[in-house]
Structures are given as structure tokens and as C-alpha cells.
Design a protein around this ligand. Sequence first.
Ligand SMILES: Nc1ncnc2c1ncn2[C@@H]1O[C@H](COP(=O)(O)OP(=O)(O)OP(=O)(O)O)[C@@H](O)[C@H]1O
Ligand SMILES: [Mg+2]
Length: 355
Amino acid sequence: MEKNVGSLRMSIGEEETEIAGWPPARGTVAVSRDEPQVGTLFATRYEIQSVIGKGGMGTVYKAHDRELDEPVAIKTLRHQAVRSDSFKQEIRLARRITHANVLRTHDLGKWNGLKFLSMEFVEGRTLEQVLESEGILPTSVALRIAKQICAGLAAAHAVGVIHGDIKPQNILIEPAGGLKIMDFGNAHLTDDRGLTLKGGVTGTLGYMSPEQARGLRLDFRSDIYSTGIVLYEIFTGSLPFDGDTPLAVVWKHVNDAPPLPRSKNPRIDAKVAAIITKCIEKDADARFQSVGELDEALAQVKVEVEDRCARARRSRKVLQYINSDESPLSLLNLFCRSAFAGKDPESSSVGCASQ
Ligand SMILES: Nc1ncnc2c1ncn2[C@@H]1O[C@H](COP(=O)(O)OP(=O)(O)OP(=O)(O)O)[C@@H](O)[C@H]1O
Ligand SMILES: [Mg+2]
């Protein structure tokens, strides 16, 4: 990584670079001094194709990496967002995590004074976008999402990395349902004693653990709290704490009991509600003590929910047959039509995904 950064630095100051073959229409491509421009070559290897989004740190672009010959995402980092060596250390840690549910960070680079991250590009929508367009998700879908968050976090925790900013905006859902956790930008290495965030409070207010809000030493259980808030949002459609000012939200995370999930959505499975409540206990000792433990609890519920959904589907098929004109059971048919009027078994089984 250092070698790359060095060679990029040597190129600073070049105004124009001859680039063969891309974009096809032009012979000469301007090398930007500031933000990457769509349709130009950035940092001698990234063909910038489009702007994907903007976040707190900078802008994210889709690009084609000529060296890797694959699509990548380039995230520019505002100067004040990059706190010297500690940030590099965080990136080094993030690169240690190799897991299907963790978005791969390639490198930290610098071009014309602009720091940037190159990452695996993932086609898909953030969980935030999914929740905005779909609202409350069926239990079986939500549990699949939760399981993948747990798997990604377990891989990070196994190599000593705390995410520190779990929120729907940092979770990408691929069209086939795969999930990637991204932005291990707030991740730090833990030692035996846990970890203290340096330089004040980081993370995003709505999902921040009480200990994080208070600037205390963090351990993996802080990620479990934030995951619990994400689950709360997935299953109820809203966050447990809001307020007119950032301080009001932080205050509530530290001091207020969250409204019970079932007070917001009575259709939530009771066991799921209990799991969410346990994740967001103020006292880290009262939460699940590892994502493995949380995953196990979710897996048990998943089996029960799948079983309930399968039974509901079977009863529905039987009802459909009995109600259909093909049914030879004409008398029974008549009886069933009146006995089961308005009682669709699927509608009474909470949150089965449609097949
Ligand atoms: N590697 C990637 N592949 C595909 N899309 C990405 C990738 N990284 C980021 N994005 C998209 O870019 C958007 C902006 O990401 P970014 O992380 O900068 O902002 P954010 O998560 O909303 O805020 P924050 O700065 O707090 O992380 C994301 O919402 C996502 O849609
Ligand atoms: Mg982000």
C-alpha cells in the first residue's frame, strides 16, 4: 500500500496524461487536481464512470480499475475526515477481514493531495434504501438480513475489529439477497482491556451505544447494541429514540428505556422482540455477549418462523383446492367456504415472505 501511495505522489503535478483506449472518443484525458471527474482517468488507473453517492466523509464513485481489471468504488475523503496515522491503521485492520458479508477494502491512496479509498464495488441498495421503499420487511427476510449482519460482524470481531458505525446506510443488499457490511472507518483494534475512541464521539447518533455516546471504552458489545437498533428499525419501521437535537438523541440512548418493539408493531414475533430488547440493553453485560450468541438466538427463531410459514402455505393450498371448482368435495366445499370465510391462514402467520 505504501508503495502505491508513493508512486501516486510522484505523479502529482502532471496536468495531462496520454491514455490509450479510454474513453474511446478522446485521445487525451485531463487528470483532475480535485475531485475525480466522470469520464476521466483518476490516479492513473481508475476510469471514473459515475457518482454513486455522497456521505459524511466524501463522495463515492463507480470506477473501472485498470490494474485489477474489475469494477471498484472510489471514496474520496475530506481532509478533516482523515486523521493521520490512526485512519491508516483502521484501513489496515479492515483489510484483515475476509468474509462474504464484509465489503472488501482494497487500498488507501492519495492523488493530487486528495486522499481516497478504493473498495470492492457492489451492485445493490443500502438497507436504508430497502427499508425506505419496502417498509417493514417480512420476518423471514428480516431474519436472513440479521443472520448475514451477524456473520460479517463475527468475522470482524474474530480478528479484533469493532465496526463502530453499524447502521442501514453502511449495509449493502445485493439483488440476490447477499449482504455486505461496509465502512469499517470507525473500526479499531481491541486489546484485552477493550478500546477507547480517541478524539471524541464517533459513530452515527441514531445507532450509537450508550458507552459510545459517553465516549467510554468500547468492546464488541457496542456493535451488538447498534445491530439491535438496526433490527428494531427493520421490525418496527422506526428508531427507538429520536429528538429535536443531536444531544436529545444521545441523552435518550444513555438514559431512556426504549419503547418496547411490540408497542410499535404488535405483529412482531415475541421471541424476536425479546432478542431486540436484549441487544439494546444499556448495560453491555445484560446484552448478548457475542454476535455468535445473538446469531444462535436468531437461528432458533428462524426455524420456528420457517416452520410456521411452511404450515401456513400448506393450509392455504388445501383451502385453495377445497375452494376451487375442481374439488370433488362439493359438500365439504360449501361447508369450508362458510367456515373459513375471511380466515386466510397466511394472514395470521406473521411475516412469511411471499413465495
Ligand atoms: N463499495 C461500494 N459499492 C457500491 N456502492 C457503494 C459503495 N460504497 C458506498 N456506496 C454507496 O455510496 C453511498 C454513500 O456512501 P458513504 O459511506 O459515503 O455514505 P454514508 O454511509 O451515507 O455516510 P457515512 O459517511 O457516515 O458512512 C452509500 O449509501 C452507497 O449507496
Ligand atoms: Mg457509509
